[in-house]
Design a protein around this ligand. Structure first.
Ligand SMILES: Cc1ncc(COP(=O)(O)O)c(C=O)c1O
Length: 481
């Protein structure tokens, strides 16, 4: 990076970033989060230990955290809410399930899942009853596929997914196909990008593949945002196309929930799953989310007690007591009465610890005024990041290219930077040395995601300055080998 004696090529950007940060109507939200300090991210101990040199800049300067695509940072209020949850448990024991406490902001544990679904619904553009906060992403994918993938070996049996799907989605599809006694060779169809060096898949290519396999495809699984490239797929258009061909479509919204505006109900999406530890800041491995369009959770005849199974009934669900309606759940009957909507897909009583952690962060989405203002800021942040990257020296720019679409409507906050071979490790090391937290995806991609709820324009400049230095150093190291 430039020393104080030199003028950084980014000084103009710094000044602009400071002005943009001052004018940002959401800037107060950054203070709601623990952003690790530069010293924190370098330390190999849990606690700071001797803080006698607290005045040292690294002890107080936040690192540049641009990794909400992997794990969101911790809201400060998470600790307070968890403390309230612990106090409820400590003072009330089992009564915490049913007994509201006058001075507590938390619901009873019995109502915790319902409140979480209510807070989550506007984030994904769903009706309250279409969302369940439960399990984890891949587990929810299996639950939804168990309910909605009903292959007929002589009719519709194929599942379409992208060839570069997140491995967990790939494994889930493989195992579902095998679970039904079918072979992935004949029942699994993958969408390839036509250009190996450009992994973006167009809506046209997806539609063409759907048309080709329409007659025997039972299900499509696609990512709202592709984890490697950061491409935001055209969810409404692809959903409409799948539905026109009578194919059930599930969206993996791991990288889209809390990142872009979604209207799952209005877009007629069949079903979706997501996790809450990325842009939703629930904490590592936190409870997941599922959407089931209201038309797909209609309850027809009870079936779990030896009665015949009507098509489209809830009988195909894998069921457990928490999916039973609340009114009769504790009567301990063995006749299953599913709760209305997505809640009827729940199985076990959820971890209230997880839900408490998640809802602490969802409070901040409410404070932000919902997804629309966040998305508006996000588009400006990512465009600014892109502009800063374009300001890098020509020598540095030759060493990478951005593979995320440049159209803001075809991406969320993340930019994926594809480095030339042999530069990733040294570049990532250099970034860490500068207190920059981003993540890598092998073989050659650095993912950078300014999350509008806590990142600012200055973070974008800090990243690009350090990226240029680290990339050039990586190239020098490669040439000297
Ligand atoms: C796109 C995508 N799908 C699925 C998963 C798996 O999620 P989980 O481990 O919560 O099941 C992830 C995790 O990062 C992901 O990014």
């Amino acid at each position: 990076m430039a020393t104080s004696a030199e003028v950084s090529p980014f000084s103009g950007f710094r000044a602009r970033a400071e002005a943009l940060d001052r004018e940002d109507g959401l800037r107060h939200l950054r203070d709601e989060f623990h952003i690790p300090t530069k010293a924190d991210v370098k330390r190999n101990t849990l606690l700071a230990g001797d803080r006698s040199n607290d005045a040292h800049v690294d002890e107080t300067t936040p690192c540049t955290y641009l990794c909400g695509n992997s794990l969101g940072v911790q809201p400060k209020r998470t600790a307070a809410r968890i403390q309230q949850y612990l106090a409820t448990w400590a003072t009330q024991g089992v009564q915490g399930h049913f007994k509201p406490l006058e001075d507590s902001p938390l619901p009873t544990w019995l109502d915790a899942d319902h409140r979480a679904a209510k807070m989550m619904a506007p984030i994904v553009g769903a009706e309250e009853t279409e969302v369940a906060v439960m399990q984890t992403l891949t587990a929810n994918l299996h639950l939804l596929m168990s309910a909605f993938y009903r292959p007929n070996p002589n009719g519709r049996h194929k599942i379409i997914l992208e060839s570069k799907a997140f491995p967990s989605d790939h494994f889930a599809v493989l195992s579902q196909i095998r679970h039904h006694g079918l072979s992935p060779e004949t029942s699994m169809v993958t969408i390839e990008s036509p250009f190996a060096e450009d992994p973006i898949i167009s809506t046209y290519d997806i539609q063409a593949l759907i048309s080709k396999h329409a007659a025997d495809t039972a299900l499509i699984l696609l990512p709202g945002i592709q984890y490697y490239t950061g491409q935001l797929l055209d969810i409404p258009t692809i959903t409409a196309y799948a539905r026109k061909h009578g194919i059930f479509i599930i969206w993996d919204l791991a990288h889209a929930a809390g990142n872009v505006t979604l209207s799952l109900h209005d877009w007629d999406v069949d079903a979706a799953v997501w996790c809450t530890y990325k842009y939703l800041n629930g904490g590592p491995g936190c409870i997941g989310g599922a959407f089931v369009h209201s038309r797909n959770s209609l309850i027809t005849t009870p079936v779990l007690d030896g009665e015949p199974e009507p098509e489209q009934s809830y009988g195909h669900r894998l069921s457990g007591w928490w999916g039973n309606e609340k009114g009769t759940r504790f009567q301990m009957e063995t006749k299953f009465h599913p709760a209305k909507g997505a809640a009827g897909f729940q199985i076990s009583n959820p971890s209230v610890l997880d839900i408490t952690s998640l809802c602490a962060s969802l409070e901040l989405f409410e404070l932000a005024g919902g997804m629309a203002p966040l998305r508006e800021k996000s588009k400006r942040l990512t465009a600014f990041l892109e502009e800063c990257l374009a300001q890098m020296s020509e020598d540095a720019k030759k060493l990478f290219r951005t593979i995320t679409p440049s159209d803001p409507n075809q991406r969320g906050s993340q930019l994926s930077l594809l480095l030339m071979d042999g530069l990733l490790d040294v570049t990532m090391h250099g970034l860490q040395e500068h207190g920059i937290i981003v993540d890598e995806r092998k073989p050659n991609v650095v993912r950078v995601a300014p999350a509008p709820i806590y990142n600012n324009f200055n973070d974008c400049v800090a990243f690009v300055e350090a990226f240029e230095t680290s990339l050039v150093a990586a190239q020098a190291a490669k040439l000297n080998k």
